[in-house]
Design a protein around this ligand. Structure first.
Ligand code: ISE
Length: 334
């Protein structure tokens, strides 16, 4: 069976997914797209030999669409995710599931009503080989309990429309989800430390910042977010445990040595650094859809990440530690 996918919002991320689905991933095909920018929808539809739908509602309702991928801007996700659930169609939604926990709760309520898991949230780091190896080592217990995790999330630059809160709910959300998954427990508090700001980019941003979080069992997590470092997409993670330290290896594939020293090529964006993880993530989703089962992170994961983001965004403006407020996990997500 070929899963016929309808994509909402085929911007940069969406087009990268289409490229993967049509070249290296098996079992799926993007048959139609919709976009607030109708010209973009028409261009992408023509390029893939598919249909440009006039609206996301029309795309979701179409009998030619088996499953929906949402790659639009986070603040407009909720109505499309809910419509896909109500149509009984599996939906892969790029992160964030929605920017606020209130929207995520409404998505969970729709899924609860549908009586089955239909939503997969695009947290691609869970599919990255190096993070997976790190998790397997921690889970094996060979280094004892994890006590501290240090993270660094650096981008060369961000666009002008990147707002002050996005440092948390668009960038740090990756570490927020990854830490919940890696440690297998919830984050209970957030604090933001604000170092000296870079002069190299927008005045409206607190850049860099350090998000400090704690988990239920007391693991201490720090996350340096620096989105205008001027040089590279640099992701680092180091878990300090009782009898050992486990960190992601350096990410370059080759090193060049010459008269001016030893160099390696830097990655510049998420598609480059996490390209293989995106392939695994989307492949696993398409295979699961074809087999009628769920895979990947759930609406609960999207909700829990949004709750931590709510606390992190609050901590950006208020000083001090902000507790994460979260409902008890519904039995259906256990
Ligand atoms: C972007 O939306 C991403 O998801 C990238 O992985 C992240 O590095 C960047 O800061 C975000 O804006």
């Amino acid at each position: 069976m070929t899963v016929r996918i309808g994509m909402i919002g085929p911007g940069g991320m969406g087009r990268a997914h289409i490229e993967r689905i049509h070249t290296v991933i098996a079992g799926g095909r993007v048959v139609g797209v919709s976009d607030v920018d109708a010209d973009n929808a028409a261009r992408v539809a023509e390029a893939i030999g598919g249909r440009a739908f006039a609206s996301s509602a029309e795309l979701i309702a179409s009998d030619d669409v088996d499953a929906v991928m949402i790659c639009s801007y986070g603040p407009v996700h909720e109505p499309d995710v809910v419509a896909a659930i109500e149509a009984g169609k599996p939906v892969f939604c790029e992160k964030p599931l929605a920017p606020t926990s209130a929207e995520c709760l409404r998505i969970m309520a729709a899924e609860e009503k549908a009586g089955r898991r239909l939503v997969t949230v695009g947290f691609m780091r869970r599919f990255d080989a190096s993070y997976r190896q790190m998790k397997a080592m921690l889970d094996s217990g060979e280094v004892g309990e994890t006590l501290i995790v240090h993270n660094r999330h650096r981008n060369p630059t961000v666009p002008a429309h990147y707002t002050w809160d996005m440092a948390i709910n668009d960038t740090a959300i990756h570490e927020i989800d990854t830490m919940r998954w890696l440690l297998g427990e919830e984050i209970v508090s957030a604090r933001v430390d604000k170092p000296k700001k870079t002069t190299k980019r927008f005045e409206h941003l607190q850049d860099p910042l350090i998000l400090v979080m704690t988990t239920e069992s007391g693991v201490w997590i720090d996350d340096e977010i620096f989105v205008n470092n001027q040089h590279s997409y640099d992701i680092q993670c180091e878990a300090v445990a009782e009898t050992g330290t486990i960190r992601l290896g350096d990410q370059h594939l080759v090193e060049r040595t010459g008269t001016i020293g030893r160099h390696h090529v830097l990655t510049m964006d998420h598609n480059e650094r996490f390209g293989a993880a995106f392939v695994t993530e989307v492949q696993e989703w398409i295979t699961a859809v074809a087999q009628g089962r769920h895979t990947g992170s759930t609406s609960w994961d999207g909700y829990a990440a949004a709750c931590v983001c709510d606390a992190g965004v609050k901590a950006l403006t208020d000083d001090g530690v902000v507790p994460v407020e979260m409902i008890a996990k519904p039995a259906s997500y256990a």
